[in-house]
Design a protein around this ligand. Structure first.
Ligand code: NAP
Length: 330
């Protein structure tokens, strides 16, 4: 493949939204490398997905230490993509990584200790060939490590210049409040929270979103398509190349139930009425809320990514559409 040169019109159509009360604006759609970029996937295929993303103004790429499989391979592959030209645009990119889930053997390769977070970020930087990441996250709260230790590590990572900003992921409102308080004491801003949020997963709505708004923390919703359930992927059964069918996929076959698909069919009818695909509507439904800075999608093909980008053409909903959707989701 020739050295990559980005589309000159890449900033024409993307919408950028301010991340909480910060200086950073993120694209309304960001690309995650949890699946589809590992050592089990095909390089010439996923590099096209990454290039299509940036060519359309997706400036934010989200990784974690253990994305793959195998663990670490998504970061290695992203490092290769950067070397093949995307890295030329480093100052136009927001690259994130995380640590918090199992990564290596023994007592120091998981959860939230200073030892783990510091070592893991050093490994991530090496795999991606970067001097710093833009955002480093505590990937999940650790009930056995004092929050002062986990957040203290994030503070020092910023002071060392290895991350420009920090974030938290999978923290509920009580855990988030405690984490934000420690960061505030150290005068390090929590830029962003990364929770699971979609039409099918709405735990953030009652308490977490109001807290983050009050604190000026941005929100990036992960698995906004419920790993593909909120698309047309499973309307005619389970395709062989789908996440649910793959042994390496996190979507389990037993999650694709008749009851879920019945709801998906009804949602799909609403989407058709809006002249959108269901994937487009599911993303638009999240982005109708200003508190959601960005939706963090996955894509196994360029066509899926291009479909998802079209969501930005219609982010508004009539009262009637919203009520119909609520009725289906109830
Ligand atoms: N912080 C955390 O704990 C955490 C956890 C999970 C994810 N994340 C982040 O969130 C990112 C996204 O997660 P996700 O991959 O679960 O997101 P998702 O967008 O909910 O699901 C992506 C999958 O949906 C299907 N899909 C996407 N667009 C489609 C379209 N237009 N039409 C039909 N099918 C479509 C594809 O499935 P097929 O592969 O079947 O084609 C794709 O792999 C991750 O990469 C990661 O960065 C974070």
């Amino acid at each position: 493949m020739d050295f990559y040169k980005a589309n000159e019109k890449r900033y024409d159509d993307m919408i950028y939204r301010r991340c909480g009360r910060s200086g950073i604006r993120l694209p309304a759609i960001s690309l995650g490398l949890w699946h589809n970029f590992g050592s089990v996937d095909v390089f010439n295929h996923f590099i096209q997905i990454a290039h299509t993303a940036f060519d359309n103004g997706i400036t934010h790429f989200d990784l974690a230490n253990n994305y793959g499989p195998v663990y670490g391979s998504a970061e290695e592959n992203f490092g290769r993509i950067l070397k093949k030209g995307l890295g030329h645009y480093r100052d136009e990119l927001i690259i994130s990584s995380k640590a918090g889930y199992d990564m290596w053997q023994g007592p120091y390769g998981n959860w939230g200790s200073r030892k783990y977070l510091m070592a893991s970020l050093d490994q991530s930087l090496k795999r991606m060939g970067l001097e710093y990441v833009d955002i480093f996250y505590s990937h999940r709260p650790d009930p056995r490590t004092p929050i002062e230790e986990t957040m203290g590590a994030l503070v020092d990572i910023v002071r060392q210049g290895k991350a420009l900003y920090v974030g938290i992921s999978n923290y509920d409102d009580v855990q988030a409040r405690a984490a934000l308080a420690v960061l505030k004491e150290h005068k390090v801003k929590c830029l962003i929270h990364q929770p699971k949020y979609s039409m099918f997963e709405r735990w953030v709505e009652p308490k977490l979103l109001p807290l983050l708004e009050e604190e000026g923390v941005g929100v990036i919703a992960f698995s906004p398509l419920a790993q593909g359930l909120l698309t047309n992927r499973y309307l005619q059964g389970i395709p062989e190349d789908s996440r649910a069918a793959k042994s390496t996929g996190f979507l389990q076959l037993n999650q694709v139930t008749e009851e879920v698909i019945a709801k998906v069919r009804r949602l799909n009818e609403v989407a058709i009425g809006r002249e959108q695909t269901l994937a487009e509507m599911a993303l638009a439904w999240l982005l109708k809320d200003d508190r959601v800075t960005s939706v963090l999608i996955g894509a196994s093909s360029v066509a899926q990514l291009e479909d998802n980008l079209k969501a930005l053409k219609n982010l508004s909903f009539s009262e009637e559409e919203l009520n119909t959707i609520e009725g289906i989701l109830a």
